[in-house]
Design a binder for this molecule. Structure first.
Ligand code: C2E
Ligand code: CA
Ligand code: CA
Length: 852
C-alpha cells in the first residue's frame, strides 16, 4: 500500500495490542498480588490467633486438671479430718456407718463421681473399699498403680500441715486422680487412737467421659488422653504421675484462626472471583472499545492514506499535465498556483500570489472581466510574458467557486497552447509561402495581386516580372536536388536584394519566380531592372566545389494596360517570357499582342512533333565510325532528322529540346532504337550501331524491356548495339541508374560516354560505371590544332580511357591534321565530317557495299 508522505510516519501500534500486551497483564498481576497479599495476611493472622487460642486452651486445660486436684484435695480433707470418720474408719472400719448410713458410701460415686473410696490401714491393707458405689473388697496396691506408696507417704507428711495430697495414678489401666489424706480427728472431741492412722483415698477415674466433663467446665473440648504420638498440632499438656512418669492429655484445640480462614477465605475467594469477573467484564468492555478505537484508527489511517493517495494522484496529474492550476479570490487575485506554473512560465508562484490574474495576461481587460462573469461557457485564449520575456499562449478554463450561493473566487486550469498556436501560425505561413526559399507562393501572390489590382488607383501602374531560370534543369538533373535547392535559395536572395521592400518576390514552383512592383511603367526603368536581375542571376553560384552558372529570362506584363485581373496578368507575363526564351534566353521581353501568336506557334510545333512521331515523319541518318588505323568502318551512330511539312529537314537541336520538355522524347527515342536495330541487322555482322539516349529515357521504367524487345525483334545480337549517354546525364549518381546500366550491359549491349569532357564530373567517378567506350566531345577536337591546351586535354582524355581500359572515339574530326594528331595520340576510333557526314540508311548501305 502507499505510505502517506505527509510526515506522519509509520502507523502507530494498535491501542488494543498495547492494552492487551502491557496494561492488561499488569492489571491482572496487581490484582492477583493484592489478593495473595490479603490471603497471606489473613493466614498469618489466623495462625496468630490459633497460636493464642492454643496457648489459652493449654492454660485452661491445666487449669481444669488443677481445679480437679484442688477440689479433690479439699474434698478429701473434709472427709479425712472429720471426727466421725476418724472414729468409724480408723482401726476397724465401721461398714455400717460408712456404707449403709451412706457417710462414705455410694453417694460419693453418685454425687462426686469418685470411682473408688478406699481406706488403707497403717499395715498397708485395704480396710474399706467402695468401687463404683458398691462395697467390694479390692487390694489397693493392685487397683492403683504408678506410685501409691509414694502418695501414701506424702499424705502422712501433709497431715502435719492439716492437708491432703492428690496425684495422678493408674487405676484399672486408666489414669485416675487420686486424693489421699490421713484420717484425723479434725479437732473434734474424739478419742485418739495411738499409732498411725489409716489413710482415706478418693479415686476419680479419668475415663473418656470424665475427662470430657472436666474439660467442659473450662471450655476445653473433648479433653482426652493423648495417643502415643499425640496430635500433630502439638495440642496437649503433660502431667507427671506420682511415680515420676509422665502422661499427656490432649483435646480438640479451638482454632478461631482457622475458622476465620474458613469463613473469610471463601469470601475472599468470592471477592476475588467477583473482582476477576468484574475485571474481565471491564476488560472485555475496554478491549471492545479499544478494538473499536483501533478499527476507527485504522479507518482513519486508511482514509487519510486514501486522501493522501488521491491528493498525490491529483498532484501527479496536475504536474504531468502541461496545464497549470490556479485559484483566485472573488477579486480575481491569485491565491494558488500549481508547481507547473513555475515550469511553464518560469515565474515564481509566490511573486504572483496576491496579484490579479489579469495582470499576468496580455489581453484586453474588459474582455477578461467579461469572461470571468461566466467563465464556464467558453475557455479564454490569451497570452502572457514568460519569465524569459518570450510571449506564450494559454487557454484558460475556469469555474466560479460558490459558498452558500455567494461567489468566493475562481478556480481553473491554464493549458499551454504556445506550440499549437505557433504551429497554426506556421501552417498559415506555409500555406502562403514556399518552404524552400521562404518567398510567398503562388497562392499568396494571387491574393496579393487580386487585392492590389482591385485597389489600383487611376494613374498608378503595377509591373509584373515573370522570371524563368535558364539551364536550371541540368543542374538538378546532374548535380542533384541539393544543388538545385542551393541555386534556388541563392536566386531568391539575389532577387530580394535587387528589389525594394514594398515589392513582392514570389516563387511559383520549379525555377519560376515572379516580382510584382508598384511603379515603373517607363521602358527604360523596366529595362534597367530586368538587366540588373539577369546579370545578378547569371553570376555563378558556388555549390561544394562547383561553380554553377545559370541564366534567366524575364517576361514583363503591366497592369492595367495588359490586364486588370491577376490570372490574366500572369498569363501575359508568361507569354512574354516565352518570347524572351525564344529570343535566345538571357533576355527580357514585354508582353505585346503578337506574343500570343508565338506561344501558339510553340504549341503547334509540339503538336506537329507528336504527329511526326506517330506518322513517322522522322528519319534516322547514320554517321559511320572508323578505326583510326586503316580507316575501316566499324559502326555508325544513329542521328534523328525531322522532315517538317513546311520547314523542311530539321536537325535534332531544333526539336530534341522541345521533345525533352514535353516528354515526347520517350516515344521518339523508342522509335529511333527500333529503326537503328532494324538497319543494323542488315549490316555486316562486325558492325555496331550507336543510339543516343536522353537522360529522361534513363528514368523510363520500360527502357530495359524495350532494348531487349528491339534486339529480339530484329534478331540483333546485344553486342552490336551501343548506347550513348552524355556525361552530364551520368552525374546523377543514383543507385538505380547504375543498376539499370548493369542490366542493360547484361544483355551484351555496349555503353558509351557521350560528349566526354564537357561535364562537371570528376573523371575518376567513371570507374564505377560499366562503360566500354568514351566519346571525346567535338569542341575539344575542334581546338587541338590551334590550342595546345585543348590538345593536352584530349591527350589526357585518351590516357584516361586507356587507363580505364575503354575504347576512345574522337568525334567531330573535320581535318586530316586532326585525324593525324589523334591517331598519334593513341585514339583508336574516329568519327567526323572529314571521313563521312551522317547519311540516310540507304546511302550507308551503298557505302558499305562499295567498301566491300
Ligand atoms: P551528338 O551525339 O554529339 O552527335 C554528333 C553530332 O555531331 C551530330 O549532329 C553530327 O551531325 C555532328 N557531327 C558529326 N561530325 C561532325 C563534324 O565533323 N563537325 C561538326 N561540327 N559536327 C559533326 P546532329 O546530328 O545535329 O545531332 C546533334 C545532337 O542531337 C547529337 O549530338 C545528339 O546529342 C542529339 N541527337 C541526335 N539524334 C538523336 C536521337 O536519336 N536521340 C537523342 N536523344 N538525341 C539525338
Ligand atoms: Ca552521340
Ligand atoms: Ca557527341
Amino acid at each position: 500500500m502507499h505510505t502517506p508522505s505527509d510526515g506522519n510516519g509509520p502507523m502507530k501500534p494498535k491501542a488494543k495490542t498495547l492494552f492487551a500486551r502491557r496494561i492488561l497483564p499488569s492489571m491482572v498481576a496487581l490484582l492477583v498480588a493484592a489478593l495473595v497479599a490479603a490471603a497471606l495476611a489473613l493466614i498469618h493472622i489466623a495462625r496468630h490467633i490459633d497460636r493464642d487460642a492454643l496457648a489459652q486452651s493449654q492454660f485452661l486445660a491445666s487449669k481444669a486438671l488443677q481445679a480437679q486436684h484442688d477440689w479433690m484435695n479439699r474434698s478429701i480433707v473434709d472427709y479425712a479430718f472429720w471426727g466421725d470418720a476418724y472414729r468409724h474408719l480408723n482401726g476397724q472400719p465401721d461398714t455400717d456407718w460408712a456404707y449403709t448410713q451412706a457417710n462414705l458410701g455410694p453417694s460419693l460415686y453418685k454425687d462426686f463421681d469418685y470411682e473408688a473410696v478406699l481406706v488403707i490401714n497403717p499395715a498397708g491393707e485395704t480396710a474399706y473399699s467402695v468401687v463404683r458405689g458398691k462395697l467390694q473388697p479390692v487390694d489397693s496396691h493392685e487397683y492403683l498403680q504408678g506410685g501409691l506408696p509414694e502418695l501414701l507417704a506424702r499424705a502422712r507428711t501433709a497431715v502435719e500441715e492439716d492437708a491432703g495430697v492428690s496425684s495422678l495414678l493408674w487405676a484399672e489401666g486408666q489414669p485416675a486422680l487420686v486424693a489421699a489424706a490421713v484420717l484425723s480427728t479434725g479437732g473434734a472431741d474424739v478419742e485418739e487412737i495411738d499409732g498411725p492412722s489409716s489413710v482415706l483415698l478418693f479415686v476419680d477415674l479419668l475415663d473418656a467421659a470424665r475427662l470430657e466433663e472436666i474439660g467442659e467446665q473450662y471450655a476445653i473440648e473433648h479433653l482426652r488422653l493423648a495417643d502415643d504420638q499425640g496430635p500433630e498440632d502439638g495440642t496437649g499438656i503433660t502431667q507427671t504421675m506420682e511415680n515420676g512418669s509422665t502422661i499427656r492429655f490432649t483435646w480438640t484445640a479451638p482454632q478461631p484462626g482457622r475458622l476465620l480462614l474458613w469463613i473469610t477465605l471463601p469470601i475472599l475467594a468470592a471477592v476475588a472471583l467477583g473482582l476477576g469477573l468484574l475485571a474481565w467484564l471491564l476488560m472485555r468492555h475496554a478491549l471492545r472499545s479499544m478494538h473499536l478505537l483501533d478499527v476507527s484508527y485504522a479507518r482513519l489511517a486508511a482514509s487519510r492514506s486514501a486522501l493522501a493517495e488521491s491528493e498525490e494522484r491529483f498532484r501527479d496529474v496536475a504536474e504531468a499535465a502541461s496545464d497549470w492550476i490556479w485559484e483566485t479570490d472573488d477579486q480575481a487575485r491569485l491565491t494558488f498556483l500549481s508547481n507547473r506554473f513555475r515550469q511553464i512560465t518560469g515565474h515564481e508562484p509566490k511573486q504572483w500570489l496576491g496579484r490579479p490574474l489579469l495582470e499576468l495576461l496580455i489581453s484586453d481587460s474588459a474582455a477578461l472581466q467579461g469572461w470571468l462573469e461566466a467563465p464556464e461557457i467558453t475557455p479564454l485564449r490569451s497570452s502572457y510574458r514568460a519569465a524569459d520575456g518570450c510571449e506564450r499562449f494559454c487557454r484558460l478554463a475556469a469555474r466560479s467557486i460558490q459558498h452558500d450561493g455567494k461567489l468566493v473566487g475562481y478556480r481553473g486550469t491554464a493549458s499551454d497552447v504556445t506550440e499549437e498556436t505557433k504551429a497554426q501560425a506556421r501552417v498559415q505561413y506555409l500555406s502562403q509561402h514556399d518552404p524552400l526559399t521562404g518567398l510567398p507562393n503562388r497562392s499568396r501572390l494571387r491574393d496579393y495581386l487580386e487585392q492590389n489590382l482591385a485597389s489600383l488607383r487611376s494613374g498608378s501602374t503595377m509591373t509584373l516580372l515573370y522570371i524563368d531560370l535558364d539551364r536550371f534543369k541540368p543542374v538538378n538533373d546532374t548535380l542533384g536536388h541539393a544543388a538545385g535547392d542551393e541555386v534556388l535559395m541563392g536566386v531568391a536572395s539575389r532577387l530580394r536584394e535587387r528589389t525594394r521592400d514594398g515589392d513582392l518576390v514570389a516563387r511559383l514552383g520549379g525555377d519560376e519566380f515572379v516580382v510584382a512592383l508598384h511603379r515603373m511603367s517607363e521602358d527604360e526603368d523596366i529595362d534597367r531592372l530586368c538587366n540588373r536581375i539577369i546579370e545578378a542571376l547569371s553570376a555563378p553560384f558556388a555549390y561544394e566545389d562547383h561553380q554553377i552558372s545559370i541564366g534567366a529570362s524575364i517576361g514583363v506584363a503591366l497592369a492595367p494596360m495588359d490586364a486588370t485581373q491577376a490570372n490574366e496578368l500572369l498569363r501575359c507575363a508568361d507569354i512574354a517570357l516565352y518570347q524572351a526564351k525564344d529570343a535566345g534566353r538571357g533576355t527580357w521581353r514585354a508582353y505585346g499582342r503578337d506574343m500570343d501568336q508565338r506561344l501558339h506557334e510553340r504549341l503547334r510545333r509540339e503538336e506537329q512533333l507528336r504527329v511526326a512521331i506517330a506518322e513517322q515523319h522522322l528519319e534516322v541518318h547514320y554517321q559511320p565510325r572508323y578505326l583510326s588505323q586503316g580507316m575501316q568502318i566499324i559502326g555508325a551512330e544513329a542521328l534523328v532528322r525531322w522532315h517538317h511539312p513546311t520547314h523542311g529537314l530539321l536537325l535534332p537541336e531544333q526539336f530534341i529540346p522541345l521533345a525533352e520538355e514535353t516528354g515526347l522524347i520517350i516515344p521518339l527515342g523508342r522509335w529511333v532504337l527500333h529503326q537503328a536495330c532494324q538497319q543494323a541487322a542488315s549490316w555486316p555482322v562486325d558492325m555496331v550501331v550507336s543510339v543516343n539516349l536522353s537522360p529522361l529515357q534513363l528514368h523510363d521504367d520500360r527502357l530495359l524491356d524495350e532494348i531487349a524487345h528491339a534486339l529480339r525483334e530484329n534478331g540483333l545480337a546485344g553486342e552490336r548495339l551501343e548506347l550513348e549517354i552524355t556525361e552530364s546525364a551520368l552525374l546523377q549518381e543514383t543507385q538505380s541508374t547504375l543498376e539499370l546500366l548493369k542490366r542493360i550491359k547484361a544483355l551484351g549491349v555496349h555503353l558509351a560516354v557521350d560528349d566526354f569532357g564537357t561535364g562537371y564530373s570528376s573523371l575518376t567517378s567513371l570507374r564505377h560505371y560499366p562503360f566500354d567506350v568514351i566519346k571525346i566531345d567535338n569542341s575539344f577536337v575542334a581546338g587541338i590544332e590551334q590550342s595546345t591546351e585543348d590538345h593536352s586535354i584530349v591527350r589526357a582524355l585518351i590516357e584516361l580511357g586507356r587507363g580505364l581500359q575503354m575504347r576512345v572515339t574522337a568525334e567531330g574530326v573535320e581535318t586530316e591534321e586532326q585525324l593525324r594528331l589523334l591517331t598519334d595520340d593513341g585514339c583508336t576510333e574516329v568519327q567526323g565530317f572529314h571521313m563521312s557526314l551522317p547519311m540516310p540508311a540507304e546511302e550507308l548501305r551503298r557505302l558499305l557495299a562499295d567498301a566491300d
